[in-house]
Design a protein around this ligand. Structure first.
Ligand code: ISL
Ligand code: CA
Length: 549
């Protein structure tokens, strides 16, 4: 088998959304000392790498993805001393820490932007992308991810600036070598502190198509893929960052980005490219998004999900690498989306865990999925906090959508589903804090919480622990080949992972009904399942792993 062994292929990532993880001082906001209190819990789960969503100073228009100072810690989260203690605590336990690097844009309250907007000849003007309007309107028809024009008019100089996300997230001008030098310098600042790498936010968007032509596409997803992403200099910029900084450290890098398709994936992560180690592609996250995006859903089937796994496996070959995940802070709870979060919550959460831990790629667990946390069901728009949801609420209800319809859509697809406080125990607010949390807790915390999970040896938590243990050091699961044996089936996912020495057959029943199945070859011995008893049929949401040597 040809492969390139690396530590970051063999370990498991756990994503923390700090605002919602654990509040140590009862101000309703999760914080760094709160994370430190839970490091033993994470160690017990068995994860190796902790990825922190942004903890830098930020006006929080987009919960920290709008950074106003790249070299400090937001006081809500703690101090730089707290951060150093966190890093030490993680390293002492033999784990690693990666940070979020958000450098497609900054906050409009970053001093660079504050200077940039002052005058057209300010030395910082070219740190961002400014254009004159056209016919009393914006320079072109580009729309932002969070609704409305991607251009904001600024009275001070009577020009528009580009913001692919909110108006408070102006895009950097990566064409400017000074911008790149500043960014590489801040990357170096954190690496010199001893962190173990970065998750790079929307890195696929940093190089703009400088003609700034109108997008001809009707579906927003197409505009993202063909107009915003994979711009002409994206690989040159990433390679430059690699040469100047990244390559000097033993770290890992994950590029995130909409518009990274299997066709272009290897350019970012091919082992000889000198760019990134792996990507979080979003193809399966965008499944079911219609032309209008997240709040315009279309039906899809399991065959489409399976095809995405196969396509990426093929595209990466022996040279590239991806991360495997089914949820994160931008989408919805995996058990609510791909499983059955009611009658078969426990079974289906375990089935999905089996999938994540047995695919080729570095698994990434989002906080709370290890106890089967579910989507929330708010009954008022006032409970929502996410800027994307609130913007679309305005836009869609102005266009005539009823409040009820929007509420239903937001409860099903909105990002706040994954941002409710982590559920630690059955105390007030699930043990997250005693005061009013920044976002309401999911009322099911009395049933679903860490304390309960730790007291039940059949819990989802312990199933994750078993899977992680099983995956660790298992070269066949980490590096082995993959083949989907169930391509056309709409409720069964059956696949093989194999090497010269071993073959695993994984059987997953994605349905509420028992299912017959047949296999061409003897799969060997049953070694792991989410049911106590297994028979000739697969029970609802049953997962099995067979091993043959
Ligand atoms: O959630 C999305 C919009 O419906 C995604 O397209 C998302 O915007 C995309 O995956 C990029 O996400 C990242 O950058 C955003 C930030 O809001 C997300 O939280 C972050 O993960 C802007 O920084
Ligand atoms: Ca706090």
């Amino acid at each position: 088998m040809v492969f390139y062994p690396k530590w970051w292929k063999e370990q498991v990532i756990y994503q923390i959304y700090p605002r919602s993880f654990n509040d140590s001082n009862n101000d309703g906001i999760g914080d760094i000392p709160g994370i430190i209190e839970k490091l033993d819990y994470l160690k017990e789960l068995g994860v190796d790498i902790i990825w922190l969503s942004p903890i830098y100073p930020s006006p929080n228009d987009d919960n920290g993805y709008d950074i106003s100072n790249y070299r400090d810690i937001h006081p809500e989260f703690g101090t730089m001393q707290d951060f150093d203690r966190l890093l030490g605590g993680i390293h002492n336990r033999g784990m690693k820490l990666i940070m979020d690097l958000v450098v497609n844009h900054s906050s409009d309250e970053h001093q660079w932007f504050e200077k940039s907007r002052q005058s057209t000849d300010n030395p910082y003007r070219d740190f961002y992308i400014w254009k004159k309007g056209q016919n009393d309107g914006p320079p072109n028809n580009w729309q932002s991810f969070f609704g409305g024009s991607a251009w904001q008019y600024d009275e001070q100089t009577a020009e528009y600036y580009l913001h692919l996300f909110t108006t408070k997230q102006p895009d950097f001008n990566w064409e400017n070598p000074q911008v790149r030098a500043e960014i590489y310098d801040l990357v170096k600042f954190w690496l010199d502190k001893g962190i173990d790498g970065f998750r790079m936010d929307v890195i696929s968007l940093i190089s703009k198509r400088l003609e700034f032509e109108d997008t001809p596409h009707k579906a927003f997803g197409d505009t993202v893929q063909y107009v915003y992403s994979n711009g002409p200099r994206v690989h040159e910029f990433i390679h430059e960052m690699y040469e100047k900084v990244l390559s000097h450290y033993d770290i890992m890098t994950i590029g995130e980005g909409p518009g990274i398709s299997p066709e272009v994936g290897l350019k970012y992560v091919g082992h000889d490219r000198g760019e990134l180690n792996m990507i979080f592609h979003l193809d399966h996250m965008f499944l079911g998004f219609g032309p209008g995006g997240r709040f315009d859903q279309e039906p899809y089937g399991l065959t489409e999900l399976k095809k995405i796994f196969s396509d990426w496996y093929e595209a990466m070959g022996p040279s590239g690498w991806i991360s495997i995940f089914l949820d994160n802070h931008d989408f919805v709870r995996m058990v609510s989306r791909f499983g059955n979060d009611q009658e078969y919550r426990v079974e289906s959460a375990k089935l999905l865990a089996t999938l994540v831990m047995t695919m080729r790629g570095t698994p990434c667990i989002y906080q709370g999925s290890e106890i089967g946390m579910t989507n929330v069901n708010y009954d008022s728009i006032d409970d929502f906090r996410d800027v994307e949801t609130l913007n679309f609420h305005k836009i869609l209800t102005q266009k005539g959508m009823s409040q009820e319809t929007f509420l239903e859509l937001a409860n099903k697809n909105g990002r706040d589903n994954v941002r409710t406080p982590m559920q630690w125990d059955e105390q007030v607010n699930g043990g997250f804090c005693d005061s009013t949390p920044w976002i309401k807790v999911n009322p099911n915390f009395s049933q679903i919480n860490v304390k309960k999970a730790l007291a039940d040896k059949n819990s989802i938590f312990y199933f994750y622990q078993k899977l992680l243990e099983f995956r660790k050091g298992n070269d066949t699961l980490i590096y082995g080949h993959y083949e989907d044996l169930s391509e056309a089936h709409d409720t069964l996912f059956i696949y093989k992972r194999w090497s010269e020495t071993k073959c695993y057959t994984i059987l997953l029943n994605f349905s509420d009904l028992p299912q017959d199945y047949s296999l061409e070859d003897d799969p060997g011995k049953l070694i792991l399942s989410n049911y106590m008893e297994n028979n000739g049929q697969l029970a609802p949401w049953e997962a099995r792993i067979y091993e043959k040597s």
